[in-house]
Design a protein around this ligand. Structure first.
Ligand code: SAM
Length: 625
């Protein structure tokens, strides 16, 4: 299906015509909502004919109610559902998941203009607009309302969306344009996919009453009824799934322990807590963020591939998600100063030229700059141009880890080194030398380079541990930048008088002590990359540094999800979240969201292709050797 005409990852936006102040689609020649009163129409057609908001009252503790929609458009249906959810939801940690597909997304400006029509929705509209993604195709997960609302917005064709997303709907809002004007949305195979994402009792409502569509829905197992339409529309239809459909109810997530209080583990623990789930967060160290996530500063970025393939899509999704995930810490622990990916040698210049030539990225994500602009943006002289990422920057990772770990539903067991995971009557027994015995339904190993020791399948999984030393450079010695610069090395803006640069990449060195030799390597490479950074020979002295060990994989892709043994059998209740290499700050937020989706049985934030690219069983020796 996919060929969304523009070069990837861009997606064509909607072309709107504003008639009497209301949006219409120039392409489809139809209105986005009723000219009489769009909000009332939504409440009548989609909410009340799906039994909402009443059904919201009965969502069980830590459960989820899942609404799926065809055609996100102006987001009016979404905001109306969210508003009703706020009024009626039980105070029990449950989540409203809204899954919607949109082939021609509105630009942020159009979305704002359309939503300005509804003053009573203004606070929710503002939150949506703040999180609204750059217009790139694929799956976007927006976490709203402190985590009580999660929107999975698939930018692409509805068929691709339902083919690749994993969810089971409780209610459907079928809201394409009129079938005569937008037949693709209502094809029989699109309706067949609706069944795949439904279960007995799933309800459905749509503004249209076209007989062909009603019959197609009946063939797929919905018992349909015709009822009066909204306003001047005579009829509409609504229905309930009767037959046994493949989707099953989500499991109760039970008790959860997360081993490792680095950026991945703390993000995951906090994520689960935001879904009402109590978590035991365990670390051998006495505090969160004490190991590889403990550097003073960490650059938040990824290198996007020249080809827009699965790896690039995962990196891009992670980048967009992480920019929003750290927003609560903006100005304190998260500094979106902008980031320059410097075209520091001829190979990188050539790579960036091909990247720009083959792809189209919105400027809010990145754009190419020449050396003069790069110097101005970074505030330090650079002799080459590069790619400018206006919304990236640097983080104080250990501080973020500590903040994340501090939540009423997170019980920290620091100073506890888990030695073994042993199956025990359908649960997992986590044993440690200091006698702390922890028994849980689910355990997530997010222990970085210590992960292999904990995997309850000795020797079958393979990971690499890579020593990385960073160097702390006093501000006074250099023309410190005001934005992050990445190339052969990265350099952060200085903070409290020092700027962190690094890191070394040593596969065969297990020495945890800082060496001046590694500091020199960092600084020599940094000054080769930025020849005007250090006046004189200022970087020749001795410096402070820090060593961390990153966990990486043979294909340099991360690992997230439930474990399998090497015969493909799932290890129920054991999950991995690791292999993030040196890109943990960027990958961890999205992958923590994904693992939390899997533990809770809620809709997955990764489409099938990305989920499969992070599957833990890639690490099985027997399979990949
Ligand atoms: N629910 C929307 C709201 O609350 O504003 C209104 C939806 S509007 C009536 C129909 C939407 O379906 C449009 O935004 C249109 O771009 C989208 N659409 C049309 N064909 C599509 C397709 N094949 N796949 C995904 N979305 C499509």
């Amino acid at each position: 299906m996919t060929d969304y005409s523009l070069p990837a990852p861009a997606i064509e936006p909607a072309e709107l015509v504003w008639r009497d102040g209301l949006p219409e689609s120039a392409r489809f020649g139809d209105v986005y909502f009723s000219r009489e009163n769009g909000l009332e129409e939504t409440r009548y057609v989609f909410l009340s004919h799906n039994g909402l908001p009443d059904r919201f009252r009965n969502v069980p503790p830590r459960g989820a109610f899942v609404i799926a929609e065809t055609g996100f458009g102006t987001g009016l249906n979404f905001l109306a559902a969210w508003q009703a959810w706020r009024e009626c939801r039980p105070d029990n940690g449950s989540v409203l998941h809204f899954v919607s597909a949109e082939r021609y997304p509105l630009t942020r400006d159009d979305l704002k203009r359309a939503l300005d029509l509804w003053p009573e929705l203004a606070p929710l509209a503002r939150e949506l607009l703040t999180s609204y993604p750059p217009l790139v195709r694929g799956t976007h997960r927006l976490v709203l309302d402190g985590g009580r609302v999660r929107l999975t917005l698939y930018l692409g064709d509805v068929m691709d969306a339902w083919e690749s997303l994993s969810f089971a709907a409780d209610a459907w809002f079928l809201d394409g344009f009129a079938p005569a004007l937008n037949p693709d949305m209502w094809l029989d195979n699109a309706i067949a996919l609706i069944r795949r994402h439904s279960k007995p009792g799933t309800t459905l409502a749509t503004f249209t009453a076209v007989g062909k569509i009603r019959r197609a829905l009946e063939r797929e197992g919905f018992e349909m009824r015709k009822t009066p339409g909204y306003g001047r529309k005579r009829d509409m239809i609504a229905g309930v799934m009767q037959v046994n459909a493949p989707a099953t109810s989500p499991p109760d997530s039970g008790t959860v322990a997360v081993i490792g209080a680095g950026i991945a583990g703390t993000l995951l623990a906090r994520n689960l807590a935001s879904r009402g789930i109590a978590v035991t967060l365990i670390d051998a160290a006495e505090d969160a963020g004490a190991a590889a996530s403990g550097n003073l500063q960490g650059a938040m970025y990824v290198k996007l591939g020249v080809e827009f393939n699965v790896q690039t899509e995962l990196a891009l999704s992670a980048l967009i998600f992480s920019q929003r995930a750290y927003a609560p810490y903006q100005g304190t622990l998260w500094h979106p100063t902008g980031l320059l990916q410097l075209a520091w040698n001829p190979q990188e210049q050539d790579r960036q030229a091909r990247f720009i030539d083959r792809n189209r990225y919105p400027e809010e994500l990145l754009y190419p700059v020449d050396a003069a602009t790069a110097s101005e943006l970074t505030g330090t002289p650079v002799s080459a141009g590069g790619l400018w990422f206006p919304n990236n920057g640097w983080l104080s990772p250990a501080g973020v880890c500590r903040e994340l770990a501090s939540h009423a539903l997170i019980r920290c067991r620091f100073g506890t080194r888990i030695e073994r995971l042993v199956p025990c009557n359908g649960k997992w027994h986590l044993s440690s030398r200091n006698g702390a015995d922890i028994v849980v339904d689910n355990v997530v190993i997010a222990a970085g380079h210590r992960t292999p020791e904990l995997i309850p399948l000795k020797g079958e999984y393979r990971f690499k541990s890579i020593r990385g030393q960073v160097t702390e450079v006093p501000e006074a010695l250099m023309r410190a930048p005001k934005a992050v610069i990445c190339g052969q090395k990265y350099l952060n803006p200085s903070h409290n008088g020092v700027a962190v640069t690094g890191a070394t990449f040593d596969l065969h060195n297990t020495d945890p002590a800082v060496t001046q030799e590694a500091n020199r390597e960092n600084l020599d490479q940094l000054s080769a990359m930025l020849p005007d950074l250090f006046p004189d020979e200022a970087h020749q002295g001795e410096f402070e540094g820090r060593v961390g060990f990153r966990c990486t994989t043979h294909d340099y892709q991360p690992v997230a999800g439930m474990m399998q043994d090497c015969s493909g059998q799932s290890l129920e209740g054991v999950y991995l979240l690791t292999g993030l290499g040196s890109k943990g700050l960027t990958y961890a937020p999205l992958l923590a969201e994904y693992v939390a989706d899997r533990i809770t049985g809620q809709p997955a934030c990764l489409p099938a292709s990305l989920a499969s690219s992070v599957r833990p069983d890639r690490m099985c020796r027997r399979r990949s050797d």
